[in-house]
Every structure is written in structure tokens, then in C-alpha cells.
Design a protein around this ligand. Structure first.
Ligand SMILES: [Zn+2]
Ligand SMILES: [Zn+2]
Length: 366
């Protein structure tokens, strides 16, 4: 079953010319799960090969504006198109409260929506996987999410089955489903006689915004992909601590400790282009990637290879061919590791930091 991640927004706090605020689409088989919905997420979907599909579920990590502002607009568009498919929105406690305000923006809808508040320790059991909720540290109401697939049946040993007198055909399928069948000589053949040990499923862990946290190491243990925020580089660790965020070095150290296969860094402050964040993290954890918007990560079953970054994988060819476009252009001179946003002002005012310096007493960095 295919499993991939589509990056719709990889910027922290504010959009830049090349990066939208947080949005990640997880596709597993025919399922589509959206995690966070920053401003402009619906347009990012429209620009991608995915299109603005009638997503059935949206998961919010927390209620800073850069993670949900796209939701009322997208919900309104769905209504203007006459959507009837219900929508479920999950988020930490405070979701119902948030929607009492958002409801005034999108008004009357053509479809029903459900609000489900989830707390760390909660889990949604699905067909073949579960979505676990874990604690992160970024204000009082924030969730991390872990998509964990159930173990799969072991590899089928055709030679063993044939030797036990099972004819090639439907009985093979029955054994794979865990049923006992009858061999040619009339004796029973049990699944464990022809199946190898159960094979692990895949595990994707997504932190949303967080300062470095022990709970993330625990949740991410052995994950195929850890998506961690890296708002800052190590030089800004004080600001990261002040604002409840992580540095690239923090995330890399966590990834190493958790023994993940791949670390993916997002939510970059607009002072960074990406490659510098990737370079720094790779000094600690070499398998680090910093995707740009519309990049994808393919996560095959472990026996079929490691997760891999597909640059511009969610863009139409015509977009890739634009001279100033980004993505999988073959002539792209920028260094590997993703990130370069040449249209953005270099160090052009880290508004996240600025907001902290000039904030009202109750202010909080997004
Ligand atoms: Zn944020
Ligand atoms: Zn935040």
C-alpha cells in the first residue's frame, strides 16, 4: 500500500515568497489526511497535482494562526462547491472554542462538520493503522501525531506450502489470511508453517511546533520518518527557547536518540533558506532533509527500501519547467537538501523574533 507525504507548507509563522505556512497531506492508499491548514493551503492544493479534493479529515496540532488560518477559507470554498461529504476536524482541547469564532467567518455550510478534541494518550484505531496522540511542548494545548501501521503477515513461503501438499491457488490466499487449510494428503496446514515472522508496518511521527521534548523521543522511537520543526539554526537557540521552538541541532539530536530512519525538518523561520538548516542538522544526523513546498516523501514498506525525498513531486510538469520555479527542475543549481528561497529577503526580518521582542504581555510566538 502506498504511503507518502506531500508538503503543502513548510514555513514557520509567516508565509514567504516560496513557502506557505504549515500544511502536510498524508496519503495512505486511498485515504487523505491533512495535518495543519495554514493560510493558503487550499491554493497550495490547487497548484499541486492533488487538487482541492474533498478532504474528509483535518488534524490540527495547535491553535497558533499559522496552523489553522487556511481552514475557514477552505471550508467556505467546499460549501460554495456544494460539498455534501462530512468533514471531521481533530485538534487539542480548545477546538470547540476556536470554532465558535471561526464559524462567523465561514457561515452556513452545505455539509456537516464534527469537532473532536484529542489529548495526549488518545488514539484513533483505523483499518490497518492507528493515529496516536502524544505530548509536545509548545504552549498548553498542542498535540503531536503518530501514524503507526499494524504489523503485516509474514512473507509467504511457496516452497514450504507446496512441500506440505497445498496446491497453488486459492488455498494460498487462505493461508495468508491466517486460515488453516487441508493439504493434498488430508492433513491440516497451519499458517505459521508457511508464513515468515510478522513484518513491521510503517511509522510516521509529526511533532507540529515544539521545543525539544523527551515525549517526542519516546513517540518517535524507531520511526520511518520523523517530521520535526526546526524554526531556527543553532545560533538562535536562545530565541528558540524563548518561543517554544527547536533548532536544527535539537531536532537532529532527538532523531539520533529515537533511532529514526529519516528526519524531515519544516517550519523554518523566514530568515533561513533551508540548506543551512539541513547542513547543520546533518552534522549530527546525516539522514536529514529540508523539503520545499510541493516536495514529497515516499515511504515504502521497509523491505522495499528507505523513505526517499521526491523533489517537486506534487507539481505538474509545467510548473517544474518555469524558469523561476522550484522543485525538480533538472537545471536547478541550488544545493541538495532543499530550501533555497531566492525570492525571499535574506535575513529580511525574522518577524517571529520581532513579535517576541515587541509583544504584549499575553503575546506568544506562533
Ligand atoms: Zn507555527
Ligand atoms: Zn506555534
Amino acid at each position: 500500500m502506498d504511503l507518502d507525504l506531500v508538503f503543502l507548507g513548510t514555513s514557520g509563522s509567516v508565509p514567504t515568497a516560496r513557502r506557505a505556512p504549515s500544511g502536510l497531506l498524508v496519503r495512505r492508499g486511498g485515504e487523505r489526511l491533512l495535518f495543519d491548514c495554514g493560510e493558503g493551503t487550499q491554493r497550495q492544493l490547487l497548484r499541486s497535482t492533488i487538487g482541492l479534493v474533498e478532504l474528509p479529515e483535518v488534524f490540527l496540532t495547535h491553535y497558533h494562526a499559522d496552523h489553522y488560518l487556511g481552514l475557514p477559507g477552505m471550508m467556505k470554498t467546499f460549501a460554495l462547491r456544494g460539498r455534501e461529504v462530512p468533514l471531521t476536524i481533530y485538534g487539542p482541547p480548545g477546538l470547540v472554542d476556536l470554532f465558535s469564532a471561526l464559524q462567523r467567518i465561514f457561515g452556513k455550510l452545505t455539509y456537516a462538520y464534527d469537532l473532536v478534541e484529542l489529548r495526549p494518550g488518545d488514539a484513533l484505531e483505523r483499518d490497518g493503522y492507528r493515529i496516536g496522540v502524544f505530548r509536545v511542548h509548545h504552549g498548553h494545548s498542542s498535540n503531536g501525531y503518530a501514524l503507526v501501521e499494524a504489523p503485516r503477515a509474514g512473507e509467504f513461503n511457496m516452497d514450504a506450502a507446496t512441500a506440505l501438499g497445498v496446491p497453488i491457488g486459492p488455498l494460498f490466499g487462505a493461508l495468508q489470511r491466517g486460515e488453516t487449510v487441508t493439504g493434498a494428503d488430508g492433513s491440516p496446514v497451519r499458517p505459521e508453517q508457511v508464513l515468515g515472522p510478522p513484518r513491521p508496518g510503517r511509522k510516521i511521527v509529526l511533532t507540529g511546533d515544539t521545543r525539544p521534548a523527551r515525549s517526542v523521543v519516546d513517540a518517535a522511537s524507531g520511526a520511518d520518518v520523523l517530521l520535526h520543526e526546526a524554526t531556527f539554526a543553532g545560533e538562535e537557540r536562545e530565541r528558540a527557547a524563548e518561543t517554544g521552538h527547536s533548532t536544527a541541532l535539537d531536532a537532529a539530536a532527538l532523531a539520533r536518540e529515537a533511532g529514526v530512519k529519516m528526519l524531515v525538518l519544516t517550519h523554518l523561520s523566514n530568515r533561513y533558506f533551508g540548506p543551512e538548516i539541513a547542513r547543520e542538522a546533518r552534522t549530527v544526523f546525516p539522514e536529514t532533509f529540508v523539503p520545499r513546498d510541493f516536495d514529497m516523501i515516499d515511504v515504502p514498506f521497509p523491505e522495499r527500501g528507505a523513505p526517499r525525498l521526491v523533489k517537486g513531486g506534487a507539481l505538474e510538469r509545467r510548473e517544474e519547467a518555469e524558469p523561476s520555479g522550484h522543485g525538480a527542475s533538472r537545471t536547478d543549481p541550488r544545493p541538495d537538501g532543499g530550501g533555497g528561497d531566492p525570492g525571499d529577503p535574506r535575513g529580511g526580518g525574522d518577524t517571529l523574533g520581532a513579535a517576541v521582542r515587541g509583544r504584549a504581555p499575553s503575546g506568544r510566538a506562533r
